[in-house]
Ligand binder design. Structure first.
Ligand code: NDP
Length: 281
């Protein structure tokens, strides 16, 4: 039996429409500052998509495109200015930054109340203890996609492949908050295929095309493919061999059109949340 496709475009459009209506209804004036340093083409695409989503939702976006040779002091100065600017409710620094800039220090400079990516240590800590305002956008998007299938995570075997700070680790934490039994795999994991075959919910966040093959998927599993890669033909693809995995899974996300659009929708949600928190202060 072929898997049903989890349509990330449709789910994200619904989330964005709900946000648009909320902003219109409550006459909210919300601003998101997007900072991009250098001219990485993939980053440029992501920033443009975020700006488009802001337009759809009725959020004002302020773009700061800085040259690759920007110094850390200059970037910090900009962040300080944005932290103090009441029109700016969310600040997003597009990663990766050029090598000479210390990403951790830059993220740490963003006010936690405006850290809509939820990458700062204080927001990550809040996620750990389960008392959070912002959820990291990509894992939060994955959870929404799982919810859209109607499948309850509670008690399920969940396997996350990848342990990065921005995807794998927070993803594992969110599944744990939903009472999943979570295993996190990484490059040192032994018998990875065997571990994956245990998963009722399999999340792939590796960054390698063709990494998850059909034999690694338990029949009936939900497969969430976070990977964004280019195959040998230069076409966008995920970490999963889609056709093979779709034959085994009950639900699967495509790439493109799965997790990617959800990440951006969750960013919009966090920006509205930021406005609410700042207004309540
Ligand atoms: P990282 O490179 O930071 O992490 C990759 C993880 O995969 C690491 O934990 C690494 O293990 C693990 N890994 C690598 N090789 C293997 C292997 N052979 N066996 C098992 N595990 C392995 O990537 P990110 O987490 O930042 O991103 C992952 C993917 O998700 C990328 O394709 C990225 O483009 C995509 N992405 C998509 C987003 C979206 O919106 N859809 C948003 C963010 C990322 P180890 O720690 O041991 O090195």
């Amino acid at each position: 039996m072929a898997a049903q496709i989890i349509d990330g475009k449709a789910v994200s459009a619904k989330v964005k429409e709900e946000i648009r209506q909320e902003i219109e209804r409550d006459k909210l004036e919300i601003g998101l500052a997007v900072v991009i340093v250098g001219d990485d083409p993939a980053s440029r695409v992501y920033v443009n998509n975020k700006k488009k989503a802001c337009e759809v939702c009725g959020i004002k976006s302020y773009e700061y495109a800085l040259p690759a040779e920007t110094t850390e002091a200059q970037l910090m100065e900009l962040i300080d200015t944005l932290n103090d600017d009441d029109k700016v409710n969310g600040i997003l620094v597009q990663l990766p930054l050029p090598k000479h800039l210390n990403e951790e220090a830059v993220i740490a400079r963003i006010s936690p109340l405006k850290d809509v990516d939820a990458f700062s240590a204080s927001n990550v800590g809040k996620i750990m203890i389960g008392n959070y305002a912002f959820l990291p956008c990509t894992p939060a998007g994955c959870i929404e996609l799982i919810h859209s299938t109607g499948i309850d995570v509670s008690g399920k075997e969940c396997v996350v492949i990848g342990r990065s700070n921005i995807v794998g680790k927070p993803m594992a934490m969110l599944l744990l908050h939903e009472n999943g039994t979570v295993t996190v795999c990484h490059s040192r994991t032994k018998n990875l295929a065997e571990v994956c075959r245990r998963a009722d919910i399999l999340v792939a966040a590796v960054g390698r095309p063709g990494f998850v093959t059909g034999d690694m998927v338990k029949p009936g599993a939900v497969v969430i493919d976070v990977g964004i890669n280019r195959n040998a033909d230069g076409k966008l693809c995920g970490d999963c061999v889609f056709d093979e995995c779709a034959k085994k899974a009950s639900w699967i996300t495509p790439v493109p059109g799965g997790v990617g659009p959800m990440t951006i929708a969750m960013l919009m949600k966090n920006t509205v949340m930021a406005k609410r928190i700042q207004t309540a202060k």
